[in-house]
Design a protein around this ligand. Sequence first.
Ligand code: FAD
Ligand code: NAI
Length: 462
Amino acid sequence: MASYDVIVIGAGPGGYVAAIRCAQLGLKTACVEGRETLGGTCLNVGCIPSKALLHATHQLHEAEANFATMGLKGKAPTVDWETMQAYKQDVVNQNTKGIEFLFKKNKIDWLKGWGSIPEAGKVKVGDEVHEAKNIIVATGSEAASLPGVELDEKIVVSSTGALSLPKIPKKMVVIGAGVIGLEMGSVYARLGTEVTVVEFLDQITPGMDPEVQKNFQKILKKQGMEFIMGAAVQTVEATKTKAKVTYKLKKDDSEAELEADVVLVATGRKAFTDGLGLKDLGVKMTDRGVIETDEHWATSVKGIYAIGDAVKGPMLAHKAEDEGMACAEVIAGKHGHVNYGVIPGVIYTWPEVASVGETEDTLKKSGRAYKAGKFSFMGNARAKAVFAAEGFVKILADKETDRILGAHIIGPGAGDLIHEVCVAMEFGASAQDLALTCHAHPTWSEAVREAALACGDGAIHA
Ligand code: FAD
Ligand code: NAI
């Protein structure tokens, strides 16, 4: 039995970052992980492998759609799926090994196996029980299926199965037009799969800016994805080689069915908190297994904290990381803080979609007077040069004070551009502060500046 200041359960972006920060702050730290490799959902079967496949298939799309226009002649590349999968796995391995290196560097013990908490102050891994003054639960989330739909990860798959299909399907039905459905749908659409997305709501990407939603759906349609909106999936029946999806259209209750080689169920994820013994300990949880905490990530049981996908809030790697760092600082007696008003969300399709802060809907609901400055990438020279002029930047600012309240971008590099606005928001900047900042030409960032200018006297290139 070993004794620690902190034991973290789970080595995803929440857990491994918490462990590193605890160690940096001088706390004797261990991290329990049941998978063979560190990095959690994000590095193993989430953010990283999906971005590798998005990158590879974007290159293919560029070759097919734009090379000839730029005078790059010759046959478009063909797809060697096995090699693409190997490339994806290599990217994953480099990153998971990287975390192992960081654990060694920071003298963090990796306790290999599945952990549980038999009593406060103790963590059991296999037959061993370790002592911990503090425990951080960072056990993440798992795919949530639909009632009665079984994921066999071959024909009816979650994102995990979709990342490693044995071959490229001819037809795929994606249930859910959220982040996973659209990212993975894009991957397969670019590989030549006929992708049909069935979505319960009338808009894709719930919660996003409505103009972004409309524009995004139009662009994805042009890229070959089909959408059936306002449709509630009723059943998914799989045989050995195919699956049949039945859905009911909300507008007239009519039923229809679709056949596919693979069905991706992308209808959300749920906290993964079973088997830890939390209920017996009296840790307060919602009936969906989400751990309840105070604003310092403390649960209802002293000495047990929780962060990341296992607690409320957006299920995003960077949100989990920020909570991991802040929670470690609280445990070390410092002042950890996360600004939940400035957590960006990014969809890594082409073009990318990014948003932060308030939307026009949330501002209207709260009755706050605002102005919107919008600039189309059509007016951005660099975007035109890379065939990505379809999107726009929208900045929302307080009508009276000009303080930036949110931003919504669809366009090239949106996932990077959004951070300029995040930093501005953290500093309480006005739209004019952004507008008066010199931006290099020709860059995509100029579109952000132009949107900020549009909040005042007007954009120049509009
Ligand atoms: P996780 O990453 O889920 O890690 C939890 C870890 O705890 C797991 O490794 C698990 O094995 C381990 N564990 C659980 N229980 C125990 C136990 N009892 N004992 C020992 N170990 C245990 N987010 C983004 O921000 N950007 C993206 O681009 C992005 N892409 C995604 C793509 C896909 C396909 C998916 C599925 C998710 C994606 N996400 C993305 C979401 C992101 O992966 C999660 O928000 C993030 O991983 C949450 O981190 P976490 O540390 O809370 O949990
Ligand atoms: P999601 O919550 O983003 O989208 C689920 C979609 O499924 C919604 O549009 C919902 O209306 C729809 N839906 C639900 N039930 C349905 C039904 N019966 N029939 C038809 N449609 C139905 O969930 P998703 O895409 O599974 O992603 C899970 C989490 O993973 C998200 O919270 C996201 O934050 C995270 N993630 C983040 C990524 C990123 O940051 N780039 C990438 C991938 C995942």
